[in-house]
Design a protein around this ligand. Structure first.
Ligand code: ADE
Length: 243
């Protein structure tokens, strides 16, 4: 997969992309990250990429032209179904594991990072194919949101992680993950649940499913009551009845 990041702050990405799983994915040839400095596409002699908002108001707005020029220079195959141009914005659709899975099947993502008070709406209307937010809060820019997406998508790329750990993780079946323990059995008087040492795999499986459900009811009741029709919710008669 090729991921293009278009940003006025290219330095934000140094560090995170050179560590751990993201580094491994690039070394294995599963992922190519390409960072484009939006300021290289400013015609302004001070390399500015923002301007005052039409209609007045506080703050600055990022201009449309540098984004269009940057995408054009990258020769993005817009009509290719394997390509997706995404604008990161707090006004977008909320990112989740399902979206990460969908994006992980594509071969070229172009992530447009905004800053300042906003981005000229023509970027969202005529350049981006999708607008994504990583949550209901406002960041200083889209760079951290882009990193979140790169990270969540990369770990799903075939060949990076092995199957079972992906299948059992949080959200994959609409539930949070069950609690995990490792040695020692007794840490400062805090013990590991005995069932995990029993060797009884059927009991362990049952315990884990019960725990996953309990954790989800406690921390994310919206997952159990809202969308509802997850395999675990159905198994426990918590799913919404189908109309
Ligand atoms: N830019 C600023 N806030 C954001 C958010 N919550 N998600 C994506 N991009 C953003």
């Amino acid at each position: 997969m090729l991921i293009d990041l278009i940003t006025a702050f290219p330095g934000s990405f140094s560090g995170i992309f050179g560590e751990s799983m993201l580094r491994r994915a690039q070394e294995k040839g599963l992922l190519q990250l390409r960072i484009t400095d939006l300021r290289d596409f400013s015609r302004d002699k001070h390399r500015r990429v923002d301007d005052a908002p039409y209609g007045g108001g506080a703050g600055m707005v990022m201009r449309a032209e540098p984004f269009f020029l940057a995408v054009e220079a990258l020769a993005v195959a817009k009509d290719d179904p394997g390509t997706r141009i995404i604008l990161l914005s707090p006004g977008g659709k909320i990112f989740n594991q399902r979206k990460a899975q969908e994006l992980s099947t594509l071969n070229h993502l172009v992530l447009l990072c905004g800053h300042y008070e906003g981005i000229d709406e023509r970027v969202a209307l005529y350049l981006a194919q999708e607008r994504i937010s990583i949550g209901d809060y406002v960041l200083t820019g889209g760079e951290i949101a882009a990193m979140v997406i790169v990270d969540a998508v990369t770990r799903l790329l075939p060949g990076l992680l092995s199957g079972p750990s992906l299948e059992e993780e949080s959200f994959t079946d609409g539930m949070l993950e069950y609690p995990q323990y490792t040695r020692p059995y007794n840490f400062r008087g805090m013990l590991v649940p005995d069932v995990l040492l029993s060797g009884n795999h059927a009991e362990i499986k049952k315990w884990r499913r019960r725990q996953a459900l309990e954790q989800t009811k406690l921390y994310r009741p919206d997952l159990v009551n809202g969308r509802g029709n997850t395999p675990l919710a159905k198994e426990n008669n918590l799913g919404r009845s189908e109309e």
